[in-house]
Design a protein around this ligand. Structure first.
Ligand SMILES: Cc1ncc(COP(=O)(O)O)c(C=O)c1O
Length: 357
């Protein structure tokens, strides 16, 4: 029996034999997956938290539950109340599910540039979706400001404010971080992932740093177009964004309140190019059978880089934030990949997966 077989179960183990409390009870306790091909190549254990196995399909189910429960605890949200958020992505999906499960109304403001698929999904989940003109953050008509104003004029309502509401980060301090620590028997040496609100990165980093007495190396992974890589590399300067990325849900122009408290814990930052991300996305599908979104492929590419930087014998953990299902019409379309100049970044033998025109 190989060392890997002794350490890792090939079957999904049962974490609890008891029934769970519906949707809300099924959030968290996701499996930690060993990425065999990358582990073998680097001599490290490269492990990824399978957050696509949350009941709403993404890591944001955790944040959605914590921001809603924080509002319940503070008395801001009472039975029959309304949850309002500005979001075009997974947070809206998580909130819509949690609101149905707990009996709240859910109102989602989003830029009107978003796909009909996203709007339809949120509507199917019972949300009141309000597409508004896509204008910059400093414009009062920006979707986030509209969400805040709408919540303020309602009785028994909360604007969950995912970027600066630290209940988001707390979800990862109380759940994801401890799960990673337990699942690795405290042997984790390095952690890396990208950031949108930074709740995931900051919460897990804080927990692992505290628990390990600072030993776990924390590396922030950033896509092109985000300012955080240059912020950390320059010792704290926020420079203008340049470039853009195919990744969705990540990349940031400022230090959010969710990141602020943990800035000094960040050991390094990586800038991962779209060419590297897309090649990893196709590679993981081919060698591991993993069908994951672009932000997750970027995270695994960063974990692979961290393994190479730390050297053999280390255990590196990252996050698979969601599956490819919501992005497949782009990520596997030749036309779309060509429009982004990314076909050549995918090795020839993997181009058979580009099945859409
Ligand atoms: C697909 C995806 N990846 C990563 C993230 C980033 O997570 P966080 O907001 O905790 O930084 C998000 C956030 O919405 C996301 O939707």
């Amino acid at each position: 029996m190989s060392a890997a077989h002794r350490l890792y179960s090939t079957a999904r183990y049962i974490t609890s034999s008891k029934p769970l409390q519906g949707f809300v009870g099924a959030i968290g306790n996701t499996p930690l997956l060993r990425i065999s091909s990358l582990s073998k190549e680097t001599g490290c254990e490269i492990l990824a938290k399978a957050e696509f196995m949350n009941p709403g399909g993404s890591v944001k189910d955790r944040a959605a539950l914590f921001v809603v429960e924080a509002a319940e605890k503070s008395g801001q949200l009472r039975p029959g109340g309304t949850v309002v958020e500005g979001t075009a992505g997974n947070t809206g999906i998580g909130l819509a599910h949690v609101c149905r499960a707990k009996g709240y109304k859910c109102v989602i403001y989003m830029p009107n540039t978003q796909s009909q698929e996203k709007i339809d999904l949120l509507k199917m989940l019972g949300a009141d979706v309000r597409p508004v003109p896509a204008v910059p953050f400093d414009d009062p008509m920006n979707y986030n400001h509209q969400a805040k104003r709408y919540a303020e004029q309602l009785e028994n309502a909360v604007w969950t404010n995912q970027f600066d509401n630290t209940a988001n980060r707390q979800a990862h301090i109380e759940t994801t971080g401890p799960e990673i620590w337990q699942q690795t028997d405290g042997k984790v040496d390095g952690f890396t992932c990208s950031t949108g609100t930074a709740g995931t990165f900051a919460g897990i980093t804080r927990y692992l740093k505290d628990k390990s007495g600072g030993r776990v190396r924390a590396v922030l992974a950033d896509p092109p177009g985000s300012v955080l890589y240059s912020y950390f590399k320059s010792g704290g300067k926020l420079t203008e964004r340049s470039g853009s990325s195919i990744t969705e849900g990540i990349g940031q122009g400022r230090v959010t309140d969710n990141l602020k408290q943990d800035v000094e814990l960040v050991d390094d930052a990586y800038n991962i190019k779209d060419e590297v991300t897309i090649a990893m996305l196709y590679r993981l599908l081919d060698t591991e059978g993993l069908y994951i979104g672009a932000s997750s492929a970027l995270n695994v590419a960063a974990a692979y880089q961290l393994a190479k930087d730390m050297g053999p014998g280390h255990t590196i953990v990252t996050i698979i934030a969601d599956g490819a299902y919501r992005y497949q019409s782009r990520l596997f379309s030749r036309k779309w990949l060509e429009s982004k100049g990314l076909v050549d970044a995918i090795p020839q033998h993997l181009q058979k997966y580009i099945v859409l025109p």
